[in-house]
Ligand binder design. Sequence first.
Ligand code: ADE
Length: 322
Amino acid sequence: SKSTTMTQSTPTTTTDVDNPAHPLYRHRRTVVDFEYGPVLGEGSYSTVLVGKDKKTGKHYAVKKLDKAHIVKNDKVKYVMIERDALSKMNHPGIVRLYWTFKDNRSLYYVLDLARNGELYTYIRRLAPFDMNTAQFYAAEILLAIEHIHSRGVIHRDIKPENILLDDNLHIKITDFGSAKIIPPDSASKKSDDSEDGNAGRSRSFVGTAEYVSPELLRSEPTLQEADLWALGCVIYQMHAGRSPFKAATDYLIFQKIKNRDLAFPEDFPEVAKDIVEKLLVLEPSARLGSEATGGIEALKQHPYFEGVDWETVWESQAPPLK
Ligand code: ADE
């Protein structure tokens, strides 16, 4: 067995690139290193602004979080989870977190700038997407989800508002404020869910009701499969122009989800209907792409994805969105 003498592992998040001697050393950044531009979006606890790095001229999206507001509303834990989850990600389909810093009032997260905004806007404008376009975005979202899960994270708030588009119309998934980080040693993932069973306080209700998985509404622990449910909702939405479980109130939306009250428009493509029906399955372990059904690999084999070259999706030309 390994000797543990002398070599103390530092309990920090220090990585090689934090070492000035490392060839890829990234200089620390702070508030004054950026020029701030227009507001890109506003949430309950945060504002996202364009930030230009004065040293390099490169543009970023800077998420500015109000400390007092976060503390007062008991959201500290979620702000930390967002940072920790984003730090684990290294994928073209997910916004990268470059630096974090703070001043007296705020925390700042410096992220990839996705200049073309939300997939939501394009669905509103252009849906139903043609088969090729919907397939392309579904494939990119699936690959991003696969990466998120491979890093031990469940996003839990996949929806078109959180799927951003970069200069080349490829996706960047954002907003890990609802994420769950699976403890690395949890052989049984079902064990640690103090927060999930607690429906009253469960923050997963903060987001849009329409994408909530049925297991969450049954107060069961959320597993990776919740993100596959959300993928089913997004695929439906790209083809139908609206989310699958729409209703006048959150209560009625929850009823529809729990009962899987699902109907398709007449012109909905057959192969899309088939994959959506296999993703929007009440029982998470029976959902296509669940560990029990063969994992995400099995989902990639569905005829909906016929012709997708999974190896070259990120280098490929995105379909024209107009
Ligand atoms: N709005 C929120 N986050 C964003 C980002 N990373 N890029 C562009 N707009 C955003």
